[in-house]
Design a protein. Structure first.
Length: 101
């Protein structure tokens, strides 16, 4: 099945403690059905010092369920994603505006 959300997509959170926040997807784990979004679902992690890093308490973006995310269209609103054939290529498009993503 084709991925509706991919790395680099601008998304909005639909449910949870960060509802309404937007960010860019930095990584996706399709087998777990989760994605890491920059600036969303932040947790504090205790990191040991290393030669390159001072360590301490550092904020880290944790994975969030794909079902709680929706892509942002050109108008800045949440939209569903559809697929269609554009010539001989399969492309994603926003259901609200019809624009190719």
């Amino acid at each position: 099945m084709a991925a509706k959300l991919r790395k680099g997509d601008k998304v909005v959170v639909l449910a949870g403690k960060d509802k309404g926040k937007t960010g860019e997807i930095s990584s996706v784990n399709p087998s777990a059905g989760k994605a890491v979004v920059e600036g969303v679902n932040i947790a504090v992690r205790h990191v040991k010092p290393s030669q390159t890093d001072q360590g301490g308490r550092q904020p880290k973006a944790m994975p969030i369920e794909l079902s709680n995310l929706s892509i942002v269209d050109a108008n800045g609103k949440a939209t569903r994603v559809g697929f269609r054939m554009d010539g001989d290529k399969k492309v994603r498009f926003a259901k609200t505006t019809g624009d190719v993503i």
